[in-house]
Design a protein around this ligand. Structure first.
Ligand code: DGL
Length: 276
């Protein structure tokens, strides 16, 4: 048994799609979340910048004595796929490998689509992960840089014509390629599910990278006998680098319910002192 918290971080609120699944699977666990809302988006930035932000985020999370760190950010997970040194000796997972494994298990025709930020798609990390599991599978990656701003600005509501148009444009090549599984390679994208589903149709399996990372963390902690042994329910504590009020106002959308914990602001000055 290990009663330390599970640490989760993201560039913003998207990683809450992972927290939602963690709360469902592991209700006894304490969760410490950090969303870097002052510096989002990460997906349009250089590798060097993303790595330096990720190191600060992970170092901040580590200060809370966590037993595992989840980078619930497709961009960080992809950019750091070959260098996870910022996690040090703390147990770590990103979202790429768990999502790739789920996609490989779900596909019937071996054609997998991946959508993510420009940085994510540029790295080819999901493609490499899928091919490391099933070398013969075809993987088609498409960057969808307008999806995060649409979600962040409240356009991800069912039937919104702007969102539908953008989704149609981005997803057309995946439709014509005949993918039967689509990895939502950015943790914000489950909020776009309605628009994505309308474009690709009901037969394509959608894989939420945040939820898959939560399932993987659950399996890992179970097999290592590191679950929380206490009887009561766990607590969630949310840290954000921008306004706590704004974080709390939007978080329920991602969590699929009330914001079940304190929201605390961390200044960027404080955050940048937390270098791994
Ligand atoms: N949640 C981030 C990701 O999964 C959002 C994108 C961003 O920061 O640009 O990639």
């Amino acid at each position: 048994m290990n009663n330390n918290a599970i640490g989760v971080f993201d560039s913003g609120l998207g990683g809450l799609t992972c927290v939602r699944e963690l709360n469902r699977l592991l209700p006894a666990e304490d969760i410490v979340y950090f969303g870097d809302t002052a510096r989002i988006p990460y997906g349009t930035r250089s590798r060097k910048t993303v790595m330096s932000y990720a190191a600060q985020d992970a170092a901040f999370i580590k200060r809370h004595n966590v037993k595992i760190i989840i980078a619930a950010c497709g961009t960080v997970s992809s950019v750091a796929a070959e260098d996870e040194s910022f996690a040090g000796d703390t147990l770590f997972t990103g979202v790429v490998l768990p999502a790739a494994r789920a996609a490989c298990a779900a596909t019937k025709n071996g054609k997998i689509g991946v959508i993510g930020t420009s940085a994510t798609v540029r790295t080819g990390a999901y493609e490499k992960a899928v091919r490391s599991i099933c070398p013969g599978f075809e993987v088609i990656g498409v960057a969808c840089p307008l999806f995060v701003p649409l979600v962040e600005n409240g356009f991800a509501v069912p039937g919104d014509p702007v969102t539908a148009l953008v989704a149609d444009r981005y997803l057309a090549p995946l439709k014509s390629a005949g993918v039967d599984v689509l990895i939502l390679g950015c943790t914000h994208y489950p909020l776009m599910e309605d628009a994505i589903r309308s474009c690709v149709g009901g037969d394509v399996a959608l894989i939420s990278s945040g939820a898959e990372a939560a399932k993987y963390a659950c399996t890992l902690l179970t097999s290592l006998k590191m679950l929380n042994g206490s009887e009561g329910g766990g607590t969630n504590t949310y840290y954000t680098s921008d306004s706590a009020r704004m974080f709390a106002e939007s978080a329920s959308l991602y969590l699929g319910g009330e914001v079940n914990g304190k929201v605390i602001k961390v200044s960027l000055e404080e955050l940048t002192r937390f270098q791994a």
